[in-house]
Design a protein around this ligand. Structure first.
Ligand SMILES: [Zn+2]
Length: 94
């Protein structure tokens, strides 16, 4: 398995318009809107999800996945955003 490549944009400040190389403009625009709506507050909660979810909330995590999924790597494989607390079951050992 090849090491994942760096995303073709700054994941902490993705541009409003889809950058060059974006293959799914609608997915980018939806995910970017979601990204903008779910921001951290000073108290650690998401501003949109307060007082139910700490940041990064599910909305922000979905935005990250959606932004990456709007692209494909040069070899055609989809970008994969690692999720905290998950492991690839094919790589686990007993
Ligand atoms: Zn949120």
């Amino acid at each position: 398995m090849n090491a994942p490549q760096a995303l073709p944009y700054d994941p902490d400040n993705p541009p409003m318009n889809p950058p060059d190389g974006c293959e799914n403009r609608l997915m980018w625009q939806l995910a970017r809107r979601l990204f903008g709506d779910h921001r951290p507050g000073l108290d650690g909660y998401c501003l949109a999800c307060r007082p139910y979810q700490f940041y990064p909330c599910v909305g922000r995590q979905l935005a990250d996945i959606g932004l990456a999924a709007a692209y494909h790597q040069p070899d055609g494989a989809p970008w994969r955003v690692p999720r905290a607390g998950t492991r690839d079951p094919g790589r686990s050992r007993a």
